[in-house]
Write a protein that binds this ligand. Structure first.
Ligand code: FES
Length: 153
């Protein structure tokens, strides 16, 4: 079992520019704190996030990759968030087949006015991943990087 006491997870969070990134901005403007473990990457729409965008960061050292989109039914490009959710589900399945906890990838939804919820969401994800421990410490081959390239094909 990995030692999670001093573990600071590195979490990548793709945020769509219309809702979730604005929610992150709002959380900042409201001076709400959330863990610095979450690295935000702004994308035009979560529909732009493909499976490789989810797998590659895990291969390169992230402990988790999450996607935050507009609320269901409110994507500015109609269904980008629904497509992203399907890709997240597919990657979760791949991770499961590799013996990796599927919660290392996930989909959340935050509208532009949800600054406090966004901050809470970041805290929740961080605690969830902290409890799982480091990705490479939990891989079947111990500290070796998990070969995800084959799985992404
Ligand atoms: Fe926000 Fe598509 S614009 S998820």
């Amino acid at each position: 079992m990995p030692d999670t006491q001093d573990f600071e997870p590195r979490i990548l969070l793709y945020c769509c520019q219309w809702c979730s990134y604005t929610a992150a901005d709002l959380a900042g403007a409201m001076r709400l704190s959330y863990p610095p473990n979450v690295y935000i990457v702004r994308v035009p729409c979560t529909g732009r996030v493909d499976m490789l965008h989810l797998l590659k960061p895990l291969e390169e050292g992230a402990d988790a990759v999450y996607v935050s989109g507009c609320l269901p039914g409110e994507c500015h490009y109609v269904s980008g968030n629904l497509k992203a959710a399907k890709r997240v589900a597919r990657v979760q399945k791949i991770l499961q087949e590799l013996g990796i906890d599927p919660e290392r990838v996930g989909m959340v939804y935050n509208s532009a006015s949800m600054g406090p919820q966004f901050a809470q969401c970041c805290r929740d994800i961080t605690e969830r991943i902290r409890a799982l421990g480091p990705l490479y410490g939990s891989a079947p081959s111990d500290k070796e990087p998990v070969p995800l390239e084959a799985a992404a094909q």
